[in-house]
Design a protein around this ligand. Sequence first.
Ligand code: DMJ
Length: 578
Amino acid sequence: MGPAVDPDAGADAVVGPRAPNVPILAKPPIKNKTFPNKRGPPSLPKDGNISDTVGRKKQVQEVVQDEEGEEVDKEKKIVSWRGALIEADQATEPPPSTNEKEAAAPPAPANPGDPVPPEVSTGAVDRLEAVRDAFRHAWKGYKEYAWGHDELKPISRSFGEWFGLGLTLIDSLDTMWILGLKEEFAEAKDWVEKELSFDKNVDVNLFETTIRILGGLLSTYHLTGDQLFLEKAKDLGSRLMPAFKTPSKIPFSDVNIGKGIAHPPRWTSDSTLAEVTSIQLEFRELSRLTQEPQYQEAVNEVMRLVHKLPGKRDGLVPMFINTNSGQFTHKGVFTLGARADSYYEYLLKQWIQGGKAEDDLLEDYLQAVEGVKKHLVRQTGPSRLTFVGELSHSRFNPKMDHLVCFLPGTLALGAHNGLPGDHMDLAVQLMETCHQMYQQMETGLSPEIVHFSMQASDGPNLIVKPADRHNLLRPETVESLFYMYRFTKDPKYRDWGWDILLSFNNYTKVPGGGYTSINNVRDPVNPGPRDKMESFFLGETLKYLYLLFSDDTELLSLDKYIFNTEAHALPIWPSPPK
Ligand code: DMJ
């Protein structure tokens, strides 16, 4: 998962103080007045699709109040909010959907500090339609300002290029199909057919291109049966293969898909461990579909090498591996976060994909979960929240990336597939912690990294350092909520996901189209928009929210499909005839 040249870290690096008059979010959220440092406990409904209750309505109401809180100077076409000057939205918003209309609520109090007026029943809110609305809004921005480019910059109404391959468009294809957004899908398909070319002199990151583009094309092929997507996947897959031509057969991080030349990053001959071990689901599937074994052979070889490599600790792996020697480097540092995370995820998922026949994968996965329990799982002092920390040369660091919130879902998936029941117990506990990482923030959105207090005290469980307060619209928590709901049917998981969607709408939705990453989840007054919508917000976050709220468990049944680490669905292989 964590990329060699981390785009997320890159985003961190480029964000400076906001320049004067750079627009900020035009929907100022209402601050929680009763609990300044903690969002109130949700009082939420039992059914994900139909009913609504007081607690949830209160949040919906805030969205509307926010809009009404703006002062609009029509002559100057300027929206003024808390001293910030914002260009009025030029684009015409579509009429509100039924869902938005239903969210209508009593007016905001006249004076700050006045009690919020009593809530009035607003009827049902259709959560699935709310996700579609969010997707349409995100897509509107992408279509208007970034069409065919990698990423939308929704505040400056422009785009950013990473590989120049229409990353967001391809990452979104299967989400549109699943959400039933036919017109949007047709337009995007047309672009893939007419404009998408991999014959380009461009360096791409093997991992990111595999999980987002190859995975997206393969998943869309399976959902639609349209050969176009398989043809594109084959073309891309073959262009990525030079990455595996290294002395050790551990692939380089980067490959020029036009020239067919691969190389490591400029500063090292190491590759990131998660990157070289989280491309297997996609390449294995490409071999199965094309009947060309070279893809599967290349990625299986990586797994074989890592399986027998010294330097693990009870199944936990270091974060780097050298492409010349094939050995782990930077040994002694163990994390389930950036640079190692999806190694663990893909052990289990490859085992499931291949019909539970590859024992080495299962053995490595089971051992790793024991290693996690032994070395990394701890509880906080104040209220015994379970978390996964990091180990650095035998020193425990109570730090957890939001990325680690993929783990409850993966553990639950393993338990569903017959692995020990205590994996599910751990999943339940970690899910609660990931939920708290959102709920305890003033915006209701998780920071990128949290630290946990291990002192027995009345103090806070979670500590957020200033450098870690950003939120990149990441999917891991809603991904795990989806798995947890599918396997337990406990409605609280839907309610937690609904709260997250409302918070995204409150604090990251940009007028005119798009959602933006933000700098500070602790500051609801100025969350600090970063002007970037990551492709995984459409590829993963909104898809998992939709699947979480859908009652149709046959919609991508977890007994028939496996999701890659970018939420692209690939079939579990049929068992060979006995
Ligand atoms: C996505 O690209 C994938 O989920 C990856 O595994 C981790 N990083 C982002 C989402 O956070």
